[in-house]
Write a protein that binds this ligand. Structure first.
Ligand SMILES: Cc1cc2nc3c(=O)[nH]c(=O)nc-3n(C[C@H](O)[C@H](O)[C@H](O)COP(=O)(O)OP(=O)(O)OC[C@H]3O[C@@H](n4cnc5c(N)ncnc54)[C@H](O)[C@@H]3O)c2cc1C
Length: 320
């Protein structure tokens, strides 16, 4: 109930206008967001790299509704790729297709995506296409596959959400294609006709999909994380849930999977202790580092995931 309300609020323009006016909101959001400028983000990445942790940088923004807005977002993403290249840090990027025009016109989005992927390829970098809510799942997978077919298979990766019923079939298919997949539980509100409503089922699905990904990577020769840290292995387990993480580690060990062919990913500012521990154990760890002024929906989804974050926010509001 609370989760549904917060996910609704993450998309409500009136709530965004109200909350982003409060200085206190940014103070709490900055626990999850590296800053407002590319320089802030690069600084955060350097600190992670110094601990042996890689990053994926997200220039925040989504649900753009004008061609100009989508082009501007694309230019900003190209700029951040240049900044990563200049700073020579171990970081790829994550993008949302709704930020570069998917909700407007698929062909506009495709052209913007191609510009991003071309630039990344020329700089030997990697682009992860985040997965958004179910109305755009097919289009997102379709554009991902189009980029792979055009020769960018090593440059792009995709995301699967364990709460969707369809994900087992999608994951099997993606493993056949040798795709690099980030597995997450899913951050949006989906109807019970297409997604597991209960957390226990989402978690069980996550473990099943982990197995499919590990088996799939084993079949195509276990690609490891690249020396430069920018190209992840095939399975990327994106979760802060220790039970799911331990399940992945145990299964990988059981089937003789090497540590550097299995990546763990977490969000900036969440479970830093666990990030450090996994890195010390010898696993590739990648932190999703968001930055920018469009932090509101990202921040509210983080509140929705953990009620304690909401209480922390509310108590700060009252403390002024
Ligand atoms: C690297 C990365 C990329 C992602 N990309 C996508 C994507 O493309 N599409 C998509 O739909 N979703 C994405 N997500 C979000 C994901 O779907 C979940 O909503 C989110 O990760 C919470 O689920 P969990 O697996 O951590 O497990 P949960 O079972 O929700 O949480 C397990 C434990 O993790 C900790 N935790 C989880 N969330 C928080 C939080 N917000 N604040 C503080 N502690 C927390 C708590 O200790 C909690 O008990 C991504 C997540 C990560 C880590």
């Amino acid at each position: 109930m609370l989760r549904s309300l917060l996910i609704y609020l993450s998309k409500a323009g009136w709530a965004r206008r109200m909350v982003t006016r409060w200085n206190i909101a940014w103070r709490v959001a900055s626990r999850f967001v590296a800053g407002e400028t590319p320089e802030d983000a690069i600084r955060a990445i350097k600190a992670l790299n110094a601990k042996g942790i890689c990053a994926t940088l997200d220039h925040l923004g989504e649900n753009v509704t004008s061609a100009d807005g989508a082009r501007q977002a694309t230019d900003e993403i190209l700029h951040v790729l240049d900044e990563i290249d200049r700073a020579d840090v171990k970081s790829g990027i994550s993008i949302k297709l709704s930020q570069i025009g998917l909700l407007l016109d698929e062909s506009v989005c495709e052209a913007n995506l191609r510009r991003i992927v071309e630039r990344a390829k020329s700089q030997e970098n990697f682009v992860r296409i985040d997965m958004e809510d179910s109305p755009v799942t097919d289009m997102t997978l379709g554009l991902f596959r189009k980029m792979c077919a055009e020769g960018y298979a090593d440059t792009v990766g995709i995301v699967i959400q364990s709460y969707l019923f369809r994900s087992a079939d999608d994951t099997r298919q993606l493993m056949e294609e040798g795709a690099r997949v980030r597995l997450c539980k899913g951050a949006y509100k989906e109807p019970p006709e297409i997604a597991y409503p209960k957390k226990a089922d989402v978690d069980a699905s996550f473990d099943r999909l982990t197995e499919i990904m590990i088996d799939g990577a084993a079949r195509v020769g276990l690609p490891r994380i690249s020396e430069c840290g920018r190209f992840p292995p095939i399975p990327a387990i994106a979760s802060h849930d220790e039970a799911c993480i331990n399940y992945a580690k145990d299964y990988a060990e059981k089937v003789g999977f090497p540590k550097n062919a299995l990546e763990f990913q977490m969000l900036y500012g969440i479970r830093r202790d666990l990030q450090d521990r996994l890195a010390a154990e010898g696993y590739p760890v990648r932190v999703y580092v968001p930055y920018g002024t469009e932090w509101y929906p990202y921040f509210v989804r983080r509140l929705a995931e953990r009620p304690a974050n909401l209480w922390f926010f509310i108590s700060n509001l009252f403390r002024g």
